[in-house]
Design a protein around this ligand. Structure first.
Ligand code: TPP
Ligand code: MG
Length: 655
C-alpha cells in the first residue's frame, strides 16, 4: 500500500473515533471543526465544544423537532396565497428556506402548487435570473422567494441585472422580524431589521407588511409598480410570524384589492410636435433604439415611423426592436451623418453620441471624441427618466438633449407617427433617400457574409461557424434565441434573419455575468408553454457561476438547446489584461505573457457534456472539429423536440 494511502486510512479511523465521542455538539459548534482537524493529526481526547449549542440549535441540527401544536384557524399564509392568485403569476422559481416555510406550505398544499407553481432552484441568483428570462418572452412578471439575509444576498446580482434591464419581478424575502418571538440561532442569523435595505437601491419599491391586510395592499401595489414603465423589480419582506400565525379576527374582514394596470406614461403633446417637426425636416434623421419595443406591436410601430421618415435605424439590441432584414437597419456609425437623432429608451445616450477610447490620452484614463456633428439635434423618449435612484450609476453619463420626453417610447409612438406624417412636406425627397439606403444595405450584407466565411474550417471552431451551424439546425422551427452570453461577435444579430419579437431577447442589462444560463432556462420555460423552440449560446464562464440551473431545467422538463461558446476562459478579461500589459510593455520586459493567470478556464478542462449529463440533460461534445458540429446539433435538436434540455459543448475561438 502506498504510504500516503495508509496514512489517510489511519487518520480517518482516529477522526471517526473522535467524532463519535464528541457527538452532535462538535457537529454544530466551532469546536466541531477543530476537533476533526486535531484528531487527524495527533489523537487527543475529544474536548467539549467551547460554545455548547442552544437547545433550539441542537434540536434543529439533529432533526428531533417535536411536532408543533395544531393551528387554531386558517393560516395567514393561506390568505397570502389567495392574494397572489389574483395576479395570475404562473411560476415561483425559488430555493427553499424556513423563513418562508409557511408560505411555501400554503402554496403547495392550500394553493395546489398552481399559479404559482414552485420551481426548485439551486441558487437564488438562478431563481431571479429565471424570472428575468421569463419576462422577456411573455411580458409577465414572476415572483421568487428568498431566504432573509442570505438568500437575498445570493439573489442580489440578478436583481440588479433586472433593474438595469428594466425587467419586473416580485422578490419576496422571508424574515423573522419580531425579536421577542424569532427562534434563536440560525433563524436569527438569517434575520435583519430591514432585509429590503440590501436591494433598495436597485428595486423600484419595497415594503414590510405588518398585517395580512397590509400584505394584500402591498402585494397588489408591488405588482402594479413593477408593471408600470419603466418596469423594474420590487421587494416585499415577509415576516415569518405573519405567515405562520392563524388569521386573527380583528373585527375587520380581509379583502383583496383589485389590480387594474396603470397606463404607461406618454410624451407631452408639445414635445411630440416639436420632435416631429425636427424629424420631418431633417436631411438625415437617424433613429437609435435600445429597449424601445416592449411588445411585437412596438416593433411594428418602429418600422412604421422609420419608413415614414426613410430614416436609418441603429438597433442597440436591448430588446427585439426592428427586423434586422429591413433595409433601414444600419450600423452605429451612421449617427456621424445625422442632423437629427431620435433615441428611444437608450440606456446610454452619452455613449451613443460620444466615443470613448479606453487608455486613450496621455493620462491613460480614456479619451472622449464626439461621434456626431456639432449642430446635430438630439431627441429622447425614455421612461427611465422617471426613475430617481442615485447610488447605482445605471443612468450613465449626463447628456444634454434638445427635446427630452420622460415617457414610454412604445406608448408615445402612435402620437409621434401621426405628428411626423402630418409634418412631412416633401415626401418625394424622403422616398429618394430610401432608394439610396436600399442599395447601401445590400452591400453591407455582402460584406458581413464575406467576413463570416473567414477561418470557416478552423479548429477550435470560429464563432461565425458556431452561430451559422446553430442557425442551420433551428431555422425551420419557431425558434427563439433566449440568451447569447459571452461574446460571439454578434453573428446571430448580423446573420440570422430576426423578424419576430421572440427571435431576440436582449442581454442582461447590468452585465453581471451568470445571467445567460438562468435567463435562458426562464425564457425556455415561457417558450415551452407557447410551443416554441429555445436555443441559447452559452459561454463557459457564465455557466460556471451557478450550473445547478441545468438541473432545474431537467427536473421541470424545460426543453432548451444550450450550445457552448466554450473558449476556455474569461476572454473579456484576457483582453483587458492584454491591453494593460501592452500599455506597460510587460511582454518586452518579461519576455513572456502572464495573461492567462486568473483568466483561463483550463487545466483541468471542464467537461461540460459530463456536467450536463450528471444533471439529467442530453449532452454531446466537446466538439473541436467543425465538420462534427452540424450532426451533433441535429441530434441535440431531436432531444429538445422530444422535451428534454440538451447541451452541446463546442470548443471555440476566443471571439
Ligand atoms: C458577476 C461578474 N463578475 C465578473 C465580471 C467581469 N467579467 C466581465 S466579462 C467576464 C468574462 C466572462 O467569461 P465568459 O462568460 O466565458 O465569456 P467570454 O468573455 O469568455 O466570451 C468577466 C469575468 C462581471 N461582469 N460580472
Ligand atoms: Mg469564455
Amino acid at each position: 500500500m502506498p504510504r500516503e494511502e495508509k496514512q489517510a486510512k489511519v487518520d480517518r479511523r482516529k477522526f471517526l473515533a473522535g467524532v463519535a465521542v464528541a457527538g452532535a455538539a462538535s457537529a454544530v459548534a466551532p469546536g466541531g471543526a477543530s476537533a476533526a482537524t486535531t484528531t487527524s493529526i495527533t489523537p487527543v481526547a475529544p474536548r467539549p465544544s467551547v460554545l455548547p449549542p442552544s437547545a433550539a440549535v441542537a434540536a434543529a441540527e439533529t432533526g428531533n423537532v417535536p411536532a408543533m401544536p395544531k393551528a387554531k384557524g386558517p393560516a395567514g399564509s393561506d390568505f397570502m396565497v389567495d392574494v397572489i392568485k389574483t395576479l395570475d403569476i404562473p411560476y415561483a422559481p425559488s430555493n427553499p428556506a424556513s423563513s418562508f416555510r409557511a408560505l411555501h406550505e400554503s402554496m403547495i398544499n392550500y394553493g395546489k402548487n398552481e399559479k404559482p407553481e414552485f420551481l426548485t432552484c439551486m441558487h437564488e441568483e438562478s431563481a431571479a435570473g429565471m424570472c428575468h428570462g421569463y419576462f422577456k418572452v411573455t411580458g409577465k412578471p414572476l415572483m421568487t422567494l428568498c431566504h432573509g439575509t442570505v438568500g437575498l444576498q445570493h439573489a442580489s446580482m440578478a436583481i440588479y441585472n433586472a433593474w438595469c434591464d428594466r425587467v419586473p419581478m416580485i422578490v419576496i424575502g422571508g424574515n423573522d422580524l419580531d425579536a421577542a418571538k424569532r427562534p434563536p440561532g440560525v433563524p436569527t442569523f438569517h434575520s435583519a431589521q430591514d432585509i429590503n435595505a440590501m436591494v433598495r437601491d436597485y428595486t423600484k419599491w419595497d415594503d414590510t407588511p405588518v398585517s395580512l391586510q397590509h400584505f394584500a395592499q402591498s402585494f397588489v401595489r408591488a405588482y402594479k409598480i413593477a408593471m408600470t414603465p419603466p418596469y423594474g423589480p420590487v421587494a416585499i419582506s415577509l415576516d415569518a410570524g405573519l405567515q405562520q400565525e392563524p388569521i386573527h379576527d380583528n373585527g375587520e374582514r380581509l379583502y383583496i384589492p383589485r389590480y387594474v394596470p396603470t397606463a404607461p406614461p406618454q410624451g407631452d403633446a408639445n414635445a411630440v410636435r416639436e420632435a416631429a417637426r425636427l424629424l420631418a425636416n431633417a436631411q438625415n434623421p437617424v433613429i437609435v433604439l435600445d429597449r424601445a419595443a416592449r411588445t411585437e406591436k412596438g416593433m411594428r410601430l418602429l418600422v412604421e415611423i422609420a419608413e415614414a421618415l426613410q430614416a436609418q435605424v441603429v438597433d442597440q439590441g436591448g430588446r427585439m426592436n426592428f427586423p434586422n432584414t429591413h433595409y433601414l437597419r444600419s450600423p452605429p456609425t451612421v449617427v456621424a451623418r445625422a442632423d437629427v437623432v431620435l433615441g428611444m429608451e437608450l440606456s446610454d445616450y452619452w455613449g451613443t453620441v460620444n466615443a470613448w477610447i479606453d487608455n486613450g490620452g496621455d493620462d491613460g484614463l480614456g479619451l472622449r471624441e464626439s461621434r456626431i456633428k456639432p449642430d446635430t439635434k438630439l431627441i429622447s423618449i425614455s421612461s427611465v427618466d422617471l426613475n430617481t435612484k442615485s447610488n447605482y450609476q445605471d443612468f450613465q453619463r449626463f447628456q444634454t438633449i434638445d427635446v427630452q420626453m420622460a415617457a414610454d417610447a412604445e406608448a408615445t409612438l402612435p402620437a409621434l407617427i401621426e405628428a411626423v406624417k402630418s409634418a412631412i412636406s416633401n415626401k418625394a425627397a424622403i422616398d429618394k433617400r430610401g432608394e439610396a439606403l436600399k442599395k447601401a444595405s445590400a452591400e453591407q450584407k455582402e460584406r458581413t457574409r464575406a467576413a463570416a466565411a473567414v477561418a470557416w474550417d478552423a479548429s477550435p471552431i470560429s464563432t461565425a461557424r458556431l452561430c451559422m451551424e446553430i442557425y442551420a439546425a433551428v431555422k425551420d422551427l419557431d425558434w427563439s434565441l433566449v440568451a447569447s452570453s459571452g461574446n460571439v461577435s454578434n453573428w446571430p444579430n448580423r446573420l440570422w434573419p430576426m423578424e419576430k419579437y421572440h427571435h431576440w431577447l436582449g442581454a442582461s442589462g447590468g452585465y453581471g455575468v451568470g445571467y445567460g444560463a438562468p435567463a435562458s432556462v426562464g425564457a425556455a420555460l415561457a417558450n415551452r408553454d407557447l410551443g416554441r423552440f429555445s436555443v441559447s449560446i452559452q459561454a463557459d464562464g457564465d455557466l460556471m457561476y451557478a450550473p445547478g440551473v441545468l438541473w432545474t431545467a431537467a427536473h421541470h422538463n424545460i426543453p432548451l438547446l444550450s450550445v457552448m461558446h466554450n473558449n476556455r476562459g474569461y476572454h473579456q478579461e484576457v483582453m483587458h489584461l492584454q491591453r494593460l500589459s501592452n500599455r506597460r510593455s510587460r511582454v518586452a520586459a518579461l519576455g513572456k505573457t502572464m495573461g492567462p493567470i486568473g483568466t483561463s478556464i483550463e487545466g483541468p478542462d471542464v467537461d461540460y457534456a459530463k456536467l450536463a449529463a450528471s444533471m439529467g440533460l442530453w449532452s454531446g461534445g466537446p466538439i473541436k472539429d467543425p465538420s462534427e458540429l452540424g450532426p451533433a446539433l441535429k441530434r441535440a435538436v431531436a432531444a429538445v423536440k422530444a422535451g428534454q434540455p440538451a447541451l452541446v459543448d463546442v470548443w471555440t475561438q476566443p471571439r
